[in-house]
Design a protein around this ligand. Structure first.
Ligand code: COA
Ligand code: MG
Length: 327
């Protein structure tokens, strides 16, 4: 390990994060009773400009009046380049900050953006005497944000997680897609002809490099990497595949933009009983190996060594955290 120690973000389940437009009050109770680990009340892009102020009032009332126990609740404020952001933060935190776990900041471009919000929230927390520190969830969804991602991740102790927003990221980078997440037939490789002249077209994952970069930046600074929305909520298999890829890369969770995506997200980011049993067997095998003075041994015909202990512990740690939360 490096001599540099990194303070990890507070432990929090983030397998599914259900987005709810702040203007659709009829969805709030349903969200509060859902199985989502985090409910995200949105004031930004799911709310039309003429609804911004009413949505803010709705969200404040919902934080105060609805029973959110058993899950975390977050509010996505408008971007720093809009005239809404300061009042989103001031009104929501002043009037309902004691009920709020997280603030999500969209389109973060630099560490200074995080610093600015940290200053504002710190002032309000102190003035109101809140004891619990509100955490930050940051969406990386612009070219600038991705270019500055390491500094952004390290910008404040409040930062708990980095989220990948594919739609805005595509718009910002000039990518040729109008989809929100998912596969893109334009991003494919054509194999050379085989002996019979046949060629195959293999779809790639156009989000891979960006998501992978986000996972590394988040983990380097002790934050949770979280994959963003998958817009085609009728495509359950497509969602499962996207969530599975994110889980394989190291993400803690994925957004749900519809209730039908909550259960698949929770499943995708919960290690299976078989995986956990295998990880525990690896730990037992390595304990035995170390008692025998060996660092590397064969397990099910394959080499495992001391790095395998860390891999297995990561997996068992995730499963234990979920079990501790009673989920
Ligand atoms: N949270 C809680 N409940 C929701 C929900 C949500 N985000 N989206 C839908 N529901 C409920 C509906 O009220 C409905 O409930 P009912 O069976 O009791 O009537 C049920 O789930 C099925 O909804 P459905 O009719 O399939 O969806 P819709 O056409 O009403 O809405 C969307 C579809 C995509 C517009 C809606 O799901 C939505 O607004 N999602 C969130 C968008 C968002 O926040 N985007 C910003 C982040 S990317
Ligand atoms: Mg966005």
């Amino acid at each position: 390990m490096s001599f540099t120690t990194i303070e990890p973000a507070p432990l929090r389940l983030n397998r599914s994060e259900l987005a709810v437009p702040g203007s659709r009050t009829g969805l709030f109770e349903k969200a509060a009773r859902s199985a989502a680990d985090i409910v995200l009340l949105d004031l930004e892009d799911a709310v039309a400009p003429d609804q911004k102020e009413q949505a803010r009032r709705n969200v404040i009332a919902a934080l105060n009046d609805i029973d959110w126990s058993g899950r975390a609740v977050s509010v996505r404020v408008n971007g720093l380049d809009t005239p809404y952001m300061y009042r989103d933060v001031v009104d929501v935190v002043e009037q309902a900050g004691a009920k709020l776990d997280l603030i999500m900041i969209p389109k973060v471009g630099s560490a200074a953006d995080v610093y600015a919000l940290d200053l504002l929230v710190t002032q309000i927390e102190q003035a109101k005497g809140y004891r619990r520190r509100i955490g930050f969830e940051l969406i990386i969804e612009t070219a600038l944000g991705m270019a500055n991602i390491e500094a952004i991740a390290a910008a404040s102790r409040r930062v708990e997680s980095l989220h990948f927003g594919s739609a805005d990221f595509a718009a910002s980078t000039g990518a040729r897609t109008t989809q929100i997440g998912g596969a893109n037939p334009g991003y494919a490789v054509l194999t050379d002809p085989d002996g019979n002249g046949r060629r195959e077209r293999h779809w790639g994952d156009m989000w891979h490099a960006a998501l992978s970069r986000l996972v590394v930046a988040a983990r380097a600074y002790g934050k949770r990497p979280v994959d963003g929305p998958f817009g085609d909520f009728g495509d359950e298999a497509g969602f499962q595949a996207a969530a599975g890829r994110a889980a394989a890369l190291g993400c803690d969770g994925k957004w749900a933009i519809h209730p039908s995506q909550i259960a698949p997200a929770n499943a995708a980011f919960t290690p299976t009983a078989t995986e956990v049993a295998r990880a525990r067997a690896i730990l037992a095998a390595m304990e035995q190996a170390q008692r025998e003075g060996k660092g590397a041994v064969a397990f099910e015909g394959k080499m495992i060594d001391i790095a395998s202990i860390r891999q297995a512990q990561t997996l068992v740690g995730k499963a234990d955290g979920i079990a501790r939360a009673g989920r």
